[in-house]
Design a protein around this ligand. Structure first.
Ligand code: ADP
Ligand code: MG
Length: 519
């Protein structure tokens, strides 16, 4: 309104879907150009920073530690913290077994407990005693250039090109038998059409339309899609918090779609567990960590005595890499990452066969996300758990999942192995979703596709294909078929299915959205 000369954007898109985020960033950039506004873009999303900004200032514990133009800092970083940050996020092509994410060890110092000398010193791989902790570190010009600065005594002597210390490659767990089979599952909610005055006709929200898929032992199946597409609804039906409208859920061959959690036997309850998005809401604030885990063990019918359960709860703390002393702590004495570890310990307490992780790391800091993600993977390898990983972060999905299921308005629009889903042919929605993901790598080139309009309401879905109102390929299909008929499920390759009317040659000619330039 006031045509500002400076606009400060503080995490403006953190709570939004990637497709909406892409549209907002586009809008903000255009406005900046039109009015010549300077912008201060505060973000923890390095991919988004790369796509949006000209210069970057990396902060750590109250100080700027590195400053420079985007390309220089992304390609030739000169501060150990910047490097550690980049190593803790997944980049395209990284594989969970060959290149595990490297979490930054230790914790961020609080303002009143900053160390002597360099603030990052205690967590730094290049720390030298007597030097880094001797005095305040000033900002240095890197190689005498004015526009690139680093707050590190050693910035000129570290071998920045040295490859990351090879970490043990981890053996991938062998994918086993089918544990979970979903067959034409439907979940409709009935709501009053006129919520304000109540009564009157009922309307139906079709939150899940004919889901069909299988998941196997030791497998990670990612479920992706914009908010409102029905991911959590599916998780709720699987957990027994809701019952299905139609179709079947078979857990080890037993039908569970119609049994709510209170009528499930102990084994079924222990078998299907959930890690929630927000660890802050899911722990009981008035119970010690140890008690909460023991409560879960009691519910799962583990052990005959409190003594046995106490021992097991300590083992579970070992499993999630928390000190045993944490058993006596209250949730408020834990950081977000630590709380999520307790949530994970609880989910795995009864030897779960299936763990549904609904956005398990999206409420956590980037550097902590790596540690929690790798922990989940490690426990999965050990316990051979089937992991259903619900996420809107496609970088993480690509990094850790074996197969990916893309949902749109309650429909499964694409399903395949991670490689199949991340390369063409795509469902037009997957194509748009991939193009919207910001990637923190200057070598990556992306096709630019911005989805027009909002996701339609599940209460009032469009006729025909659910995606037709936003599809850029619709004109390649003749005779308005997309507007009339729900597309059939097409099998485009072994294990790869797409729900779309596009003719075969259009699918064949699709180009990759993400290209990695050769070095
Ligand atoms: P996601 O987890 O993918 O964001 P949800 O499964 O939470 O999506 O929601 C899918 C659709 O179902 C949305 O349109 C939502 O408004 C609707 N919905 C979810 N729960 C209920 C409910 N208890 N009653 C009516 N509608 C619901
Ligand atoms: Mg949800």
């Amino acid at each position: 309104m006031s045509k500002p000369s400076l606009l400060i954007l503080d995490e403006p898109t953190t709570a939004l879907d990637v497709t909406v985020e892409a549209a907002i960033v586009e809008l903000v950039k255009d406005l900046g150009k039109k009015y010549g506004t300077s912008m201060l873009f505060i973000s923890h999303n390095l991919g988004l920073v790369l796509e949006t900004c000209d210069r970057i200032c990396v902060m750590y514990s109250g100080e700027a530690v590195e400053r420079g133009d985007i390309k220089t800092v992304f390609e030739e970083m000169r501060h150990p913290y910047t490097q550690a940050l980049f190593r803790s996020i997944p980049v395209p092509g990284a594989d969970k077994n060959a290149r595990p994410l490297k979490a930054i060890p230790g914790n961020f110092p609080l303002p009143h407990e900053r160390p002597q000398g360099c603030n990052f010193g205690p967590r730094c791989d290049y720390f030298v005693k007597g030097r880094c902790d001797a005095a305040e570190v000033p900002m240095f010009d890197v190689d005498g250039q004015k526009l690139h600065e680093s707050r590190c005594f050693r910035h000129g002597e570290i071998d920045w090109k040295a490859p990351m210390e090879a970490m043990a490659t981890k053996e991938k767990g062998k994918i086993g038998e089918v544990v979970l089979k979903i067959d034409n599952l439907k979940k409709y909610y009935e709501v009053a059409a006129n919520a304000l005055f109540g009564g009157g006709a009922k309307k139906v929200v079709k939150a899940n339309e004919t889901l069909s898929f299988e998941a196997r032992e030791s497998e990670t199946l990612a479920i992706v899609g914009e908010s409102g597409c029905g991911k959590s609804t599916f998780a709720k039906v699987l957990m027994g918090l809701e019952t299905a409208t139609d179709g079947k859920i078979l857990l080890d061959g037993r039908e569970i779609q119609n049994s709510p959690i209170e009528s499930r036997d102990t084994k079924t309850v222990a078998d299907v567990q959930m890690v929630f998005q927000n660890p802050f809401d899911t722990l009981n604030p008035s119970m010690t960590v140890g008690r909460q885990i023991m409560r879960a063990l009691e519910i799962f019918g583990y052990g005959a005595t409190d003594e046995e359960r106490r021992n097991r709860s300590l083992e579970l703390l070992d499993l999630v890499k928390l000190p045993r002393a944490f058993a006596d702590r209250m949730p408020r004495q834990l950081s977000g990452g630590q709380k999520q570890r307790v949530g994970i310990a609880r989910a795995f307490a009864g030897g779960a066969r299936i763990v549904v992780a609904d956005e398990p790391v999206s409420a956590l800091d980037v550097s902590v996300q790596a540690a929690v993600t790798d922990l989940l993977m490690e426990i999965q390898r050990k316990e051979k758990t089937t992991l259903l990983f619900i996420s809107h972060d496609l970088s993480i999905v690509r990094y850790l999942s074996d197969r990916v299921m893309v949902m749109y308005l309650g429909h499964v629009v694409e399903l395949g192995t991670t490689d199949q889903v991340f390369s063409p042919p795509y469902h037009p929605y997957t194509e748009a979703l991939l193009s919207a993901v910001p990637i923190a790598d200057t070598k990556v080139q992306k096709k630019h596709i911005v989805l027009e309009g909002d996701i339609p309401s599940a209460m009032n879905p469009p006729p025909g294909c659910p995606f037709q109102t936003r599809c850029r390929w619709k004109s390649s299909v003749e005779g308005g078929l997309c507007e009339r008929e729900v597309p059939p499920v097409r099998h485009v390759a072994d294990g790869h299915q797409i729900k779309c009317h596009l003719p075969d040659d259009a699918l064949r000619e699709m180009e990759p959205v993400i290209k990695i330039a050769a070095e």
